[in-house]
Structures are given as C-alpha cells and as structure tokens.
Write a protein that binds this ligand. Structure first.
Ligand code: UVW
Length: 331
C-alpha cells in the first residue's frame, strides 16, 4: 500500500523518494557544500545558539530549562568529586533533564503535522511530511511507554550532518510592519539591500533581534520588546511561493517560531502556523528557532558579507521530534 493517495496542495511528497525523511536537505550536494566551505575565508567562528539554559524566564508554556544532576555510582553515591578507590582519579559525571525545544533548537519533521485526508477515504488523519502518519509511524505516550517517532525522528537530520551555506538577513528594521509580519516584498527588499542571495540548498537565517533581547534580558525579559520583533508572514502566498521556488534547505530564526501569527484570523480548516505547515509538512524544510545572531551579524555587516559556512547538527537522538542546537558559523 502506498503511504498516501492524495498529497496536500503545494506539497512535494514523493519527489525526494517515497521513503524520504530529510526533505530539502537532499539539495545540499557535495558541490554545494564545497561552495559553502569556500565561505570560510578568515577562519573566525561564531556561536549561533543561545546557552541552552536561556531564556532565563519561560517564554514557551510547558517547556522547561535543563536541570543537571549527578550520575549515581550506586545507592546514595553521586558520581561528583568522586575519587576512584585505590587510584588518583577524580570524576564528575552528570545527566540532564530538559525539554528538547526549550532553547536554540531544530524542529524535526515529526514535530509538526496536519489533519489531512491523505488516504482519500473522506476522513482526515494526522499526517506529517511525505505522508508519514501519527497512527502508524509514532509510538504514542502511555503508562510506562515512552513516546517516539518511528519515522521522521531527528536522527534523520543528524545523519545529514547539517552543513551548508548560511545566508544572514537582518530583518530587525521590519518590526515596524503591521504586526511585525514580514511578507515577500519586504523580505526581498532586505535581501537585496544586504547584497544577499538565497540559492538552492541554502540556510536562510533571519536576524530579528529576539535572541539579543533574550541574551541581554536575563530573567527580566522585556516582553513588549520581544513581542515587537518581526517574523515571517505565513498568510502571504507570495512569500510561501518564494520559500518553495527558492530551493532553500532550511529556515533558521532567532525568534521562537520563525513566523508571526498576530493579526491572522484563525480558521477551522487551515493551519494556525502556516509557515510551519508549508515548511515542515508540505515541503520538507526544517525550521531552526531561538538561534542567536548577535555575534556573527556585526562581523558580517562590517565586512559587507551575508554568507558564511553553517554547521548545525542536532543531537543524534533516535525517535526525538526536535533537538537542542549549538550551531556554528564560520567566516
Ligand atoms: C510549535 O510549533 C508548537 O512550536 P515551535 O515553534 O517550537 O515549532
């Protein structure tokens, strides 16, 4: 049985193969990676992620920061400042409990799906990129059962190693647009003004200023300023079309959702997060969120550059639907 009989309008399901699980990452060919590596001209590196315990105050309900604890060497024996008996070794060993999408992160394709009648039986099911389904391709949480993605887990993204050409576009000035929503025309104007180009297999990096506010604000976040930062306008069809035709591999933003939905009317038969649906469900485009560009952006601007080598593998954690990220930009 094929996985689906009908695919959502505007989707590319099947075009990278019936069982493809990495979508547009397929466009990062060895040639394109070498072109990206050629952007590393000076040897400077920049962290493009927040410390994973940032934001210091909760932004996304239900997601909590990492909590460290010692590994236990035995009952009541924390493996911390732990001296190995009969030898001189001293060992610290720890574990972490955290929401994988608390801080800088990748959204995997298994993170976000849609209600759509892919088997054409008149009833919508919960489907994900390339027609994978909630009922057959995930283990759902239950008493004593850990949920996980049997398909589209973040390990698929990890296997691609996530290395290619980053294109930084500074959109901080676009906060003045209505509801801070960046449509096609405004984005194209910013891209052109900054001498950037977005080509097949590129990582589009959107610098909204949100990450800077998180870094600077500590626990006293300026919520008004955060809410004023811009994001993509998923209600703009021209923008969605450009995301498709540009061939970009992924979109990485320093804000929490890449897109902004303020002012878009919610509708029972449409997605609340249209950029998520367009990218993660229909086209196989990964989304990076809560990144930080406050380090690399001034350097790129001072050197009249917009492109760099981006390296950003997620955790190779089988079955997870998202992952913390510690991306690196090399110039
Ligand atoms: C949701 O889609 C709910 O979250 P995120 O913005 O992290 O993808």
């Amino acid at each position: 049985m094929p996985r689906w009989l009908k695919r959502p309008e505007g989707s590319n399901w099947g075009e990278f193969g019936d069982d493809d699980q990495v979508g547009r990452m397929n466009l990062i060919t060895p040639e394109r990676r070498l072109r990206a590596i050629a952007q590393a001209r000076e040897g400077h590196v920049f962290l493009l992620g927040l410390p994973l315990d940032y934001p210091k105050a909760q932004i996304f309900p239900g997601r909590f920061p990492p909590v460290l604890a010692p590994t236990m060497a035995g009952e009541g024996i924390p493996m911390y400042d732990w001296e190995i008996k009969g030898a001189t070794d001293v060992v610290n060993d720890d574990r972490v409990t955290m929401d994988l999408q608390y801080s800088s992160q990748w959204d995997g394709f298994s993170h976000y799906g849609a209600c759509f009648d892919a088997d054409n039986d008149g009833v919508a099911e919960h489907v994900f990129y390339n027609g994978y389904r909630s009922d057959t391709d995930f283990v759902q949480p239950a008493e004593g059962v850990a949920p996980h993605a049997k398909a589209l887990g973040i390990e698929n993204l990890a296997r691609t190693c996530v290395q290619g050409r980053g294109v930084l576009v500074d959109v901080r000035d676009l906060a003045s647009l209505p509801n801070g929503r960046i449509g096609f025309k405004s984005l194209m104007t910013a891209i052109e003004a900054q001498g950037a180009t977005v080509e097949e297999g590129d990582f589009l990096c959107l610098y909204t200023g949100y990450g800077d506010l998180i870094m600077q604000g500590g626990a006293n976040l300026d919520r008004k300023a955060l809410n004023a930062c811009p994001g993509l306008d998923g209600s703009d069809k021209a923008l969605l079309d450009w995301i498709d035709t540009s061939g970009l591999a992924a979109i990485c933003a320093d804000n929490p959702m890449v897109e902004k939905i303020e002012g878009i009317e919610r509708c029972a038969d449409a997605a609340m997060l249209p950029v998520h649906e367009h990218c993660l469900v229909k086209l196989g485009i990964h989304l990076g969120e809560f990144w930080w560009f406050g380090g690399i952006a001034p350097w790129l601007a001072a050197h009249k550059r917009a492109h760099f080598l981006l390296t950003a593998p997620p955790l190779n954690l089988p079955g997870a639907v998202g992952s913390p990220a510690t991306p690196v930009g090399t110039v």
